[in-house]
Design a protein around this ligand. Structure first.
Ligand SMILES: Cc1cc2nc3c(=O)[nH]c(=O)nc-3n(C[C@H](O)[C@H](O)[C@H](O)COP(=O)(O)O)c2cc1C
Length: 392
């Protein structure tokens, strides 16, 4: 792996940190761009009260001088404003025993990390688990992913996302293309791919909220301008489809990932599953469709990279699912703490960050270069070689 992204920090701790290692020197970092993606992650109908408290902003703390990367690890901090309300419980060094006892969590939520994480670390207070398992951590990933997007943009690669479905509300005919993603309205309540469905989606969220329930959904994430030849079929762990899949699966609550239109393709014959090759008017090779989502055998083929991530309904239900109180051994309702009804729109922004990370990693691996100008000139040569190869 050429790029590494490590995050640290608890949901109600003082701050989150992202360290991104492997970005070449000479990349201009626009902190407003990073902040814009952080704000996009906070947006979306169905989010809980936490998002009203936090106004995420990136503090650039290492690896950048005068707005330009140095080639050293990039450190980004994001303050947790809510820490002011939790300092007696979440201070890294000293906590108030009475306040900590009041906030102790002993009724694990089915579907969350609580019980599995408690068993793993032997936590007497499940807060030790849920504070890190919380999707608040994804803000740090979004900050790191925004830097990857800036690198990709220098290389002519764009990344975007949109909401395909919320709960049962979906347009099964919704086109799976980058062009469709470009029509998504950033200022709309859910960043839906089909704006005409937003009313119905909002009604479904309101209904779930009234019932003390939650909803999941799905998002489309894609990239345009990706050069052919990234990733490899030569070894299983170099396959880019697998790496994109793992990155999207790592997003909290994402339980299925699809490349292109592979679920539909799996239900039909091979004659309707693949992207036939033809010769364009100028002798260039091209595809008639992009059902594979821009990847064949783990290698990019020059088409848009397209993936769908499916998010389960969130596991903190206001009405609580059946659980057991670990302190008493008695049956109890699972713990409830301020929570989202759905976070599908935010999931799209996190998916952009994860896809940007994997593509930037694969680009640096195939093209290489310690400085941005080296990366760009090598990429130009790579694209030229592919252009010549594809002219028959
Ligand atoms: C942006 C975002 C916000 C989330 N907000 C919540 C939430 O408010 N309540 C909740 O129970 N789960 C929420 N989740 C999901 C949990 O973090 C996740 O289900 C949990 O960490 C267990 O991991 P798993 O579902 O991947 O197995 C959110 C996920 C994302 C991506």
């Amino acid at each position: 792996m050429t790029l590494r992204l490590v995050t640290a920090g608890e949901s109600h701790g003082p701050r989150l940190t992202a360290i991104l290692e492997g970005i070449p020197a000479g990349l201009r970092i626009d902190s407003a761009f990073v902040d814009r993606d952080l704000a996009r992650r906070q947006h979306g109908y169905g989010r809980g009260g936490r998002m009203k408290i936090e106004k995420d902003r990136a503090t650039l703390e290492g690896g950048i001088r005068g707005g330009v990367t140095l080639g050293s690890p990039i450190a980004i901090g994001i303050e947790n404003r809510d820490f002011a309300n939790w300092s007696k419980v979440m201070h890294p060094l000293e906590n108030d025993p009475i306040a900590s006892a009041e906030r102790r969590v002993t009724r694990p939520r089915p579907g969350h990390a609580d019980l599995a994480g408690g068993m793993k670390f032997g936590a007497g207070d499940l807060r030790d688990v849920l504070e890190r398992a919380s999707a608040r951590e994804s803000a740090a990933r979004v900050a790191g992913g925004a830097v990857c997007k800036l690198l990709l943009a220098e290389c002519g690669i764009e990344v975007a996302s949109g909401v395909l479905s919320v709960g049962p509300v979906i347009d099964p005919e919704s086109p799976r293309s980058f062009a469709a993603l470009q029509k998504v309205r950033e200022d709309s309540p859910l960043r839906a791919m089909d704006a005409s469905l937003e009313k119905e989606m909002i009604a479904a969220i309101d209904e779930a909220k009234r019932a003390g329930d939650t909803l999941g959904g799905s998002i489309l994430v894609g990239a345009r301008g990706v050069p052919p030849g990234l990733g490899s079929y030569t070894s299983w762990d170099r396959k880019l489809d697998a790496r994109i899949g793992a990155a999207l699966f790592s997003i909290p609550a994402v339980k299925a990932v699809e490349l292109g239109s592979s679920i539909e393709a799996s239900r039909g014959p091979g004659s309707l599953a693949h992207d036939e090759i033809e010769r364009g008017r100028r002798g260039n090779l091209r595809r008639r469709s992009n059902r594979a989502g821009g990847l064949e055998a783990g290698v990019t083929n020059g088409e848009d990279v397209i993936a769908v991530a499916y998010m389960k309904p969130l596991s903190t239900l206001a009405r609580g699912l059946d659980s057991v109180d670990l302190a008493t051994g008695e049956a109890a309702r699972a713990a409830y703490e301020r929570s989202d009804v759905t976070a599908v729109a935010a999931c799209g922004v996190i998916a952009e960050a994860m896809l940007a990370f994997v593509l930037a990693d694969a680009l640096l691996e195939s093209i290489g270069g310690d400085r941005l100008d080296d990366v760009k000139s090598r990429l130009t040569a790579h694209r030229e070689r592919i252009r010549k190869y594809s002219r028959v």
